[in-house]
Design a protein. Structure first.
Length: 317
């Protein structure tokens, strides 16, 4: 039986995006009776939010790779931190290397297969020698199981807004959002998801003392997240993996680019006509604007089959 190892990272300062999409691939491989294991570079309390079985090892250490992997193994790697030396060693020493990438981060080895589900993946400059073998574009969107099979639900003006910036609030946006947006719209209900890596939770709690229309949520499961999205008239979201879930549901959302590694997702959204906020002032203006003009339904671009397509390539079906 073939063995596939998934190498990734997550936790404080990184968030949960890598791990959640790796877990989606992991579960789909298991459905095909493939022996598969996820290895995360280090333990973090933040990772306890995600159900799954993991091994915690510094897999970027070359001594570990050389002593652990064999020529018969396939490897999936999803990383913003691994050096080119890791990729070059893997492509020479395992059966097949699959690289999940968002930004054409490195000049990856030609014999590896790149998986990039971004909206504008085909324009990022991957090698022309390998691009025909790479899996690029929105048809390979990696969604959690809860978002793979869904029915479109049209939401009227429910008055409820969901806010999610991922596992961390690196730019300390949440307290300001409560202070400058939530207080200005007391008839709206704002449900804000906070992660265990929110180091500004005390500041958030202080702002909460001045409002009655904000509800804080934590440890939200994928199915609960789907329900929250479908119940909301709109979602304020970072430009991470959540945007693909929102596109799948066709829930109206206001994307906010929080960190630099979300820039290609932001560009892709703008190319399909979804305005992206690049500052807090942008967000305030956009929020006020949509309350006046209405909530356009996002285009029907994500069919929920991305994980299955990827796994079929991995197992040769």
């Amino acid at each position: 039986m073939q063995k596939i190892y998934i190498l990734t990272e997550g936790g404080a300062g990184i968030g949960l995006g890598h791990v959640t999409r790796c877990l989606a691939i992991y579960k789909e491989l298991q459905k095909h009776q493939v022996e598969v294991e996820i290895i995360i570079d280090k333990m973090s309390e933040l990772l306890l939010q995600i159900d799954g079985e993991y091994q915690y090892t510094d897999w970027k250490n070359m001594d570990f790779l050389q002593g652990f992997l064999t020529k018969d193994d396939q490897v999936v790697i999803d990383s913003y931190l691994a050096s080119i030396n890791v990729y070059e060693w893997l492509v020479k020493n395992v059966k097949r290397l699959w690289i999940i990438d968002d930004n054409c981060r490195l000049d990856f080895p030609e014999k590896a297969t790149v998986i990039n589900p971004s909206l504008n993946a085909k324009t990022l400059g991957y090698s022309k020698k390998t691009i025909e073998n790479d899996l690029l574009g929105i048809s390979y969107a990696i969604l959690r199981e809860a978002f793979q099979k869904v029915e479109y639900i049209e939401i009227k003006k429910s008055g409820q807004w969901l806010v999610t910036f991922g596992g961390t609030d690196l730019l300390n946006v949440t307290p300001r959002l409560i202070r400058e947006i939530c207080t200005q719209y007391p008839k709206k209900i704002f449900k804000i998801i906070v992660g265990s890596d929110y180091h500004n939770i005390n500041e958030i709690q202080i702002e909460m003392q001045n409002v009655k229309n904000v509800i804080l949520l934590s440890n939200v499961s994928a199915f609960k997240m789907r329900k929250l999205m479908q119940e909301s008239e709109g979602v304020i979201s970072a430009c991470g993996q959540t945007i693909y879930e929102l596109l799948r549901l066709r829930t109206f959302f206001i994307p906010v680019q929080i960190v630099d590694n979300q820039i290609n997702n932001a560009k892709g959204l703008e190319q399909i006509g979804i305005p992206v906020c690049h500052s807090f002032e942008d967000l305030k203006i956009r929020f006020e604007e949509v309350l006046k003009t209405g909530f356009p339904i996002p285009p029907n671009l994500v069919d929920g089959q991305g994980v299955r397509r990827i796994v079929r390539h991995m197992i040769g079906k």
